[in-house]
Design a protein around this ligand. Structure first.
Ligand code: PRX
Length: 581
């Protein structure tokens, strides 16, 4: 246990007494910290940017972009103006409220302008991960009925050109020339159209329940699910920014997540802007030496990162960390996958600050369970439910009824009582899968966890076959489908193979078609095929040829059995494995 002494914290935390605040907190009171719009409306871009642009924060830096030749600071008033210009561009193209805007770029300023400009225009925004290959991109553009896409010339030439015809709803593509390759027929260059656009546009008077963001996530089977988030979600972003990330007005905040995943949007864009703080955006990939440099040089005070990154820093050795000092750093949080207790201690020893684990999902839109600054840390625990969040461990009884498990330390499904503002409002065009997530008032996360006698929650594992690699959620079905498009592959079963550094790596078991013989050349060819189609973020790292794949009686591949075999575990009672597959 790491004991906290609130009086000794350098900055008094926003949440001085976690349990006491939980008793008095109301979402209505949190909502009162936002402006809202006349007539009961709410618009995330107004709350995050435009209201600050006309107040004392107008000249405060909203984003410091790193990765170009020199850092580029964008103030709240500049960000507001750029977002308005982008909204004007959309309007000029006939893109309006409810239309779908997708963004596929690295972490460049245009991504942030497009997201905020889209929201300003009442357009639904869906950021995609730039390391996706053409196949996951095409799937998401299609499912989301993309009307407009913002991307770069290099992404366009490598991925979009070959799939564009498959997405008939896609009316416009705006490109940022990132490789000097010049105009591409059928696209508009973003720079020149932004230069011509006016920044005097009326904010879309969106309602709180109007769709704002679409985040795709993966399940065990079938196509990716588009989690629908509404403008009201900003209330959770505000309160979790306050309580779980402890944002204070002078903070320099660094969320290392990419906006192509939900953390990078909720906490890489919205929450810090709602609080009017300065955020660091680093376009580069992980690099231990550079990351320490960023923390020190830019005087990051609150840092939100992920277990894989922390493990990589641990591996790089303490000397690199000690090459700098971090007098501004006062709070470190982590999310997305289990955080090893040793990583919590490593933070305390090497950086002088323990790492605060927190838990949430694409579906929950914001942080639900957290180790907050004043709360003692039990390393290995995700913390306690935040103010406004009620969590429980539940199990289905013999009749299929969901029952709350009251006894401490009993494993069950982690459930959250509906009612927080950033809960998804549905899976796009998939009412059935959405409904299956609920039992009465309880949203079932699909994660297995325990709660101890003191009310701390502990992650046990996922109840399904979804893979978590470097914090990124990967659906095995999407990978299997891409593998099966290779002419040699008859069938494939894909699992997450435990890995010390990235949590799990994607491993595929492949059954070849008649006439193909296993061999190194074919293995490499299949790996390359998957990488081309799926992109580095999703493609398997390992392919193993097998003679048979274990199946249920109904023919479904039993991934859990593959995993048990991979781990050398007892295969257990296969009749129960059948229903889990
Ligand atoms: O399995 C849990 C794991 O990540 C899943 C959610 O992933 P995603 O929808 O991509 O959302 C990412 C934003 C957090 C969860 O269902 N997960 C998340 N946080 C933790 C975690 N597993 C263990 N410990 C955590 N703190």
């Amino acid at each position: 246990m790491i004991r906290k002494d609130v009086a000794s914290l350098r900055v008094p935390p926003n949440l001085a007494d976690h349990d006491a605040e939980r008793r008095t907190f109301t979402w209505a009171a949190a909502r009162a910290h936002l402006d809202g719009l006349p007539g009961g409306g709410l618009n995330i871009a107004h709350e995050a940017v435009h209201r600050h642009a006309h107040g004392p924060l107008a000249d405060h830096v909203a984003f410091r972009f790193l990765g170009g030749e020199a850092p580029r600071d964008v103030t709240y008033s500049e960000l507001s103006s750029l977002s308005n210009r982008f909204a004007c561009v959309l309007r000029g193209l006939g893109i309006g409220r409810g239309d779908r805007l997708f963004v596929l770029t690295g972490r460049i300023p245009e991504l942030y302008t497009a997201v905020l400009g889209g929201l300003t225009n009442g357009t639904v925004v869906s950021p995609l991960f730039a390391a996706f290959g053409p196949e996951p991109i095409a799937t998401r553009l299609t499912l989301g009925s993309a009307a407009v896409l913002v991307t770069t010339t290099s992404q366009y030439r490598r991925k979009i050109a070959r799939i564009r015809a498959d997405v008939p709803t896609l009316r416009h593509v705006l490109v940022v020339d990132d490789d000097g390759s010049g105009p591409i027929p059928g696209t508009l260059e973003l720079g020149p159209v932004m230069a011509e656009a006016s920044d005097d546009v009326a904010l879309a008077a969106t309602g709180p329940e109007e769709m704002a963001l679409l985040h795709f996530t993966s399940g065990t089977t079938g196509r990716p699910k588009g989690a629908i988030h509404v403008h009201e979600a900003a209330v959770t972003h505000w309160s979790t920014g306050r309580f779980a990330l402890d944002l204070h007005p002078d903070d320099v905040f660094w969320c290392t997540a990419d906006p192509g995943w939900v953390t990078g949007t909720s906490y890489g864009i919205i929450a810090p802007l709602l609080h009017g703080v300065t955020s660091i955006v680093d376009a580069g990939d992980f690099d231990a030496r550079r990351w320490y440099g960023v923390l020190a040089e830019h005087r990051v005070s609150v840092w939100y990162t992920a277990p894989t990154a922390i493990r990589m820093l641990m591996k790089a050795g303490p000397e690199l960390a000690h090459a700098h000092s971090y007098p501004a750093l006062r709070f470190i949080a982590s999310v997305g996958e289990p955080l090893n207790p040793s990583a919590v201690w490593w933070g305390a020893e090497v950086l002088g600050l323990p790492i605060h684990d927190n838990y949430w999902q694409t579906e929950t839109g914001g942080i639900m369970i957290a180790n907050t600054p004043a709360l003692d840390i039990k390393p290995g625990s995700m913390g306690k439910p935040l103010p406004g969040v009620e969590a429980a461990i539940v199990r289905r009884d013999a009749n299929g009824e969901v029952r709350i498990v009251d006894a401490p330390d009993e494993e069950g499904i982690l459930a959250l009582r509906r009612g927080w503002p950033s809960m998804m409002r549905g899976y796009l065009d998939d009412e059935e899968r959405y409904r299956a997530c609920f039992a009465g008032d309880w949203y079932l996360t699909g994660d297995l966890a325990t709660r101890d006698a003191d009310g701390w929650f502990w992650f046990v594992g996922r109840a399904d076959d979804v893979i978590k690699s470097a914090g990124h959620l990967i659906g095995p079905f999407e990978v299997e489908s891409a593998l099966m498009e290779h002419p040699a592959v008859a069938e494939a079963g894909v699992i997450g193979k435990p890995d010390e550094l990235v949590g799990e790596v994607v491993k595929a078991f492949v059954l070849l078609r008649e006439g193909f013989t296993p061999g190194e050349a074919l293995r490499l060819e299949i790996l390359a095929h998957a990488r081309r189609r799926l992109g580095a973020a999703v493609a398997p790292k390992e392919v193993e040829f097998v003679d048979t794949l274990p199946r249920t009686r109904s023919g479904k591949i039993m991934r859990r059995l593959l995993k048990a075999r991979e781990l050398g575990l007892a295969e257990g009672d296969t009749s129960t494995l059948e229903s889990g597959g």
